[in-house]
Design a binder for this molecule. Structure first.
Ligand SMILES: Cc1ncc(COP(=O)(O)O)c(C=O)c1O
Length: 415
């Protein structure tokens, strides 16, 4: 018998990985396991399940964690976690009730009072608030460098500071679409780690991933997603995912269990359903975004358009894009000539895109970062991050792109 050595692509493996129909009466697709708790066959089994779940005794060869309680694990969560690793090639994933659940629980799993988190600026407004205002409440300091900074600029924050425990990159950054250097972060983390103080590299890959960028392959220890975006893809749920090695994810999952930040079975089932179309959605949305970028670049009222891979982003960004991405994505940020009033006129005139925050869904969304997603930042912080009152962010969906462009054209004419 010849062995089939052909290694299948994620788009094929997601249909079978992580789900055994024979464990669900032969159901072709997983049912929703809408249960809060699971029965143990014997008291001894229950005791062993908790020993493993709470890390009281290590798993033996051939053992796997038993189902206990839906805040700890659930078949829908586990099926999604296994399938979701197809693209990033992670050893393990953990699903959360939101992207912020993933960001906050993952950081808390590794940061301790006295530690410092270094992050690329800007990051999503919620993450920004968590870093600037919440982590310090627990004695965790944060400091930042501009997204796209050179290795030397990043190093300046690590040099002479043995408290740095993690480098957090949001790449591309929300809302400026600037890429950060994952390879440089890895090198610096290795250079400044000591045997008993390992510096971790965490990357929020929400904007590009998992189809157009694979941070783990580029050297990240952990990759984080708001699964509300492309993973879910239909603006009908809120969720998050963190992926990494088995050892790191074991720590993340203990924190998820105790903080109670796991996603519920219905949500995980819906994301599982969205996986089949994740690649095709992202590719189609990207194709439309490329066309929309062409239109916007030629519009006299538009300037400083940010889109990965564009020469206008500058040499360094272009170099990072070539190194880190296999696509350009479907998020576009640009400025219009005018102030807040002119910008609002454009936003209010749009007919086919929805005026709403979020991104990565099948419908196009348009929003105003300065007064919406990033409104928590002070004027100085916004200025530092390059977020201005005339900035607009678009997430391109699956509508007919010519209709979207015609819509933008009439809206921009209102300035
Ligand atoms: C890059 C990025 N990370 C994290 C989040 C937070 O995700 P969620 O809204 O699912 O909590 C968002 C939300 O917009 C985001 O854009």
């Amino acid at each position: 018998m010849t062995q089939n050595k052909h290694s299948v692509k994620p788009q094929t493996s997601i249909f079978s990985k992580g789900y055994d129909p024979q464990r669900s009466e032969g159901a072709a697709v997983p049912p929703v396991f809408r249960t809060s708790t699971f029965l143990f066959k014997t008291a001894e089994d229950g005791k062993r399940a908790f020993e493993i779940a709470y890390g009281l005794s290590p798993m033996k060869e051939g053992e796997s964690p038993a189902l206990i309680y839906t805040r700890v694990n659930n078949p829908n969560t586990e099926i999604l976690e296994e399938k979701a690793t197809c693209w990033d090639g992670a050893e393990e994933a953990a699903v959360f009730g939101s992207g912020m659940g993933a960001v906050s629980s993952t950081c808390l799993a590794f940061l301790r009072p006295g530690d410092t988190l270094v992050f690329s600026d800007p990051v999503y407004g919620g993450t920004e608030y968590y870093f600037r205002h919440m982590l310090p409440l627990f004695g965790i300091k944060t400091k930042h460098f501009p997204a796209g900074a050179t290795k030397a600029e990043m190093e300046a924050l690590l040099q002479g500071d043995p408290t740095v425990k993690a480098i957090f990159l949001e790449s591309p950054a929300n809302p400026t679409i600037m890429l950060s250097d994952i390879g440089a972060a890895r090198e610096l983390a290795d250079q400044y780690s000591t045997p008993d103080h390992k510096i971790l590299v965490m990357v929020d890959n929400t904007f590009m991933g998992p189809i157009f960028s694979s941070p783990l392959a580029l050297g990240a220890d952990l990759v984080i997603y708001s699964a509300t975006k492309f993973f879910g893809g239909h603006s009908d749920l809120v969720a998050g995912i963190t992926m990494g090695s088995k050892a790191l994810m074991a720590q993340v999952k203990v924190f998820r269990t105790i903080l109670g930040s796991i996603a519920d079975p219905d949500t995980t089932w819906l994301i599982h359903r969205s996986l089949a179309t994740l690649q095709i959605r992202m590719e189609k949305q990207q194709a439309s975004a490329v066309k929309m970028v062409d239109f916007l670049l030629s519009h006299p009222m538009v300037y400083e358009l940010s889109y990965p891979g564009l020469p206008q982003m500058g040499e360094r960004q272009l170099e990072l894009w070539k190194k880190q991405c296999t696509g350009t994505g479907s998020l576009i940020t640009f400025k219009v000539k005018g102030g807040e009033a002119e910008t609002f006129r454009v936003l209010d005139a749009i007919e086919h895109m929805k005026l709403a925050v979020s991104l990565g869904g099948v419908e196009s969304l348009i929003q105003h970062p300065s007064t919406m997603t990033h409104s928590d930042m002070t004027p100085a912080e916004k200025a530092h991050a390059g977020i201005t009152v005339n900035m607009i962010r678009i997430s391109v969906g699956l509508e007919d792109v010519d209709d979207l462009i015609a819509d933008l054209k009439q809206a921009l004419a209102k300035i």
